[in-house]
Design a protein around this ligand. Structure first.
Ligand code: ADP
Length: 579
């Protein structure tokens, strides 16, 4: 029984919906006086189709049309009207066609963020009355409500709809309101949506529905939508449960940086309750000196770029700073427009503290090692000189080996000290103009003196003058050359090339060695990162040379990058701005 009666209800309801919709599409052009209808739309093209039909018909009937829209919409509309043969300039001069920027129109009656009824009635009552003089009828297209809604001013948008209705009781006119569907984002605004619909005499669904022509198609579409809505509701509560139980803080925000969701972990991490945080700007938790980060992040999100493991600092409600790692993904609406972001924040305060302690230890240990090693080096040089006089070749050989090992140790200690200084921003650079070719020649000769296995080939062009710290750039070349030799045990040559483009000096160091798999190519520039392939032989080192190299190049406003293929060698490139 119940099923049958439901079926009857559903089918008669469906027919009613279909009848309504047929009426909607007709009514776009042939509307009665004081009609107030709302159009939801997915694409601008669809809105402009409806709108140009609405205005064309109004003007053809000898009426006046008022368009309160964004600049982009007004321009596109006017182009269409002209292409339909309308003399727009004449229509404007005669007062048949009046157009005003939506934001400007809003500013005429908004007081302290709220629509002021008296001002509204004054501004638009007057405008409509004057437009109506001697004319058949007045049609108004307004996007003011949509602007308020997009700004998050939902109650104000609904209030403005009421003001339009009140005005319609005093002066008869037809009103066409439009809301882009993507402004409703991922939230279900059931109450507000119903309110908006209730404030209109007709509701026109977006194109994906309005384009369906038969009642059968429309019934199927409604059923499908109901099924989708049910499935989404279930999925939503499943996702909500995951988000709520996550140990990482998960925060949603709009592209304007307004917080839209805030899970339990976010409450614990930042100290604000969901109620306190939602609706507030995300700058609530960004320290004042890091506010610029937000602009960079939003800029990346707008381009659809995901940000991963971005380490930064945030501030809690109690003012305490916390180290966090952020992963931020753009959130898109069904049409693929980016409408906001989902941010996962992980507390890394403990890890950072450990890192700080490790850095401190490295800095202290390398300082302590420096003095005894320097003194060992001095005494070795002394002994070398003495045994040279005595002509004791065997001892001299041992001493020479000792000296080589001491050189390695000195280089290691100075690298570790450099890293510590880089971490604290204390590494000094002595900037001066110098010829990169001359420096490269010197370094290649020095490094060649230390290797018998490889031939270093330098290919250079004319004078290449750069401005930088000559010793540090030399350090970069030494690092790249020693790596090229170290990681190409089966090869016998390394090629260094120096060239220029309009603005940069370009240096490349090419080896024919073991190469680097793509998965490691970005990471090798990180501190202490070494490629460890289980099947491959191990190479001595600490994984700091390329980190230091990249920091030095960055400090010179240059770039450092690698091109490599596993098993086929690598080309390390860097650029430095020309003087
Ligand atoms: P390391 O002291 O380990 O050489 P680096 O920072 O200089 O430290 O290099 C980091 C890692 O990058 C190395 O451990 C090695 O795996 C890889 N690498 C660097 N240069 C080359 C190269 N020319 N060919 C192959 N792998 C390289």
């Amino acid at each position: 029984m119940t099923t049958t009666s439901n079926n009857i209800d559903a089918s008669s309801q469906g027919e009613e919906v279909a009848r309504q919709n047929e009426k909607h599409s007709r009514s776009l052009w042939e509307m009665s006086e004081s009609e107030h209808f709302v159009q939801f739309y997915e694409t601008d093209a669809f809105l402009l189709d409806s709108l140009s039909g609405f205005i064309d018909t109004g003007l053809a009937e000898g009426g006046a049309c008022i368009v309160l829209a964004t600049k982009a919409h007004r321009e596109s509309l006017e182009e269409r009207l002209k292409s339909h043969g309308l003399d727009l300039a004449a229509a404007q001069t005669q007062g048949d066609y009046i157009s005003l920027d939506a934001a400007e129109a809003l500013s005429k009656f908004m007081v302290n963020g709220l629509p002021d009824p008296e001002r509204f009635a004054l501004v638009f009552g007057d405008m409509i009355m004057r437009a109506a003089e001697g004319r058949h009828h007045v049609r108004v297209f307004g996007e003011l409500v949509a602007l308020l809604w997009a700004d998050g001013k939902r109650a104000e948008a609904i209030r403005l709809e009421e003001l339009w209705n009140d005005l319609g009781k005093l002066h008869p006119f037809s009103l066409f309101c439009a809301y882009p569907m993507h402004d409703f984002g991922s939230e279900v605004y059931e109450a507000e949506f119903t309110e908006i619909c209730n404030r209109h005499s007709q509701v026109i669904p977006p194109e994906s529905y309005a384009a369906l022509t038969t009642s059968g198609e429309r019934l199927r579409a409604i059923t499908l939508l109901q099924q989708k809505a049910n499935a989404l509701a279930v999925e939503r509560s499943r996702l909500a449960a995951i988000v709520e139980s996550s140990n990482d803080a998960i925060v949603g925000k709009t592209l304007a940086g307004i917080i839209t969701s805030w899970n339990r972990a976010a409450e614990l991490l930042f100290g604000y309750s969901a109620q306190e945080a939602i609706g507030k700007p995300i700058t609530l938790i960004i320290p004042a000196e890091l506010r610029h980060e937000e602009e960079d992040i939003i800029g990346k999100l707008r381009q659809g770029i995901r940000i991963e493991h971005y380490e930064t600092v945030r501030v809690r409600k109690d003012g305490r700073r916390i180290d966090v790692s952020l992963s931020i993904s753009p959130v898109k609406d069904s049409a693929g427009n980016i409408i906001g972001a989902a941010k996962i924040a992980r507390d890394i305060t403990e890890r950072k503290e450990l890192e700080r302690r490790k850095d401190e230890f490295i800095s202290m240990a390398s300082h302590e090692l420096k003095t005894p090693v320097t003194s060992l080096k001095g005494f070795t040089q002394l002994l070398l000189r003495q045994f040279k006089r005595l002509d004791d070749n065997e001892t001299l050989r041992y001493l020479a080996r000792m000296d080589t090992q001491l050189n390695k140790l000195t280089k290691l200690i100075s690298d570790l000290l450099d890293i510590s200084k880089m971490q604290t921003g204390q590494l000094e650079y002595r900037m001066e103009p110098f010829d990169l070719n001359v420096l490269a020649q010197e370094i290649v000769e020095n490094v060649q003196g230390m290797t018998r296995t490889h031939r270093l080939i330098l290919q250079k062009t004319a004078e290449v003058c750069v401005f930088g710290d000559r010793d540090r750039v030399g350090q970069v070349l030494i690092n790249l050359l020693t790596n090229a030799i170290k990681y190409s045990p089966g090869a016998d040559q390394v090629i260094v090339q120096i060239a220029t483009d309009e603005t940069n000096a370009l240096v490349s160091v090419q080896d024919f060695g073991i190469g680097i798999a793509e998965a490691h190519q970005e990471k090798i520039f990180e501190r202490f990162y070494q490629v460890n392939e289980p099947a491959e032989k191990t190479y001595p080192g600490l994984g700091i040379g390329l980190y230091i190299t990249s920091q030095i190049i960055r400090r010179h406003r240059g770039c450092l990058w690698v091109k490599s293929q596993k098993g086929e060698g690598s080309v390390f490139n860097f650029s430095l701005p020309l003087l």
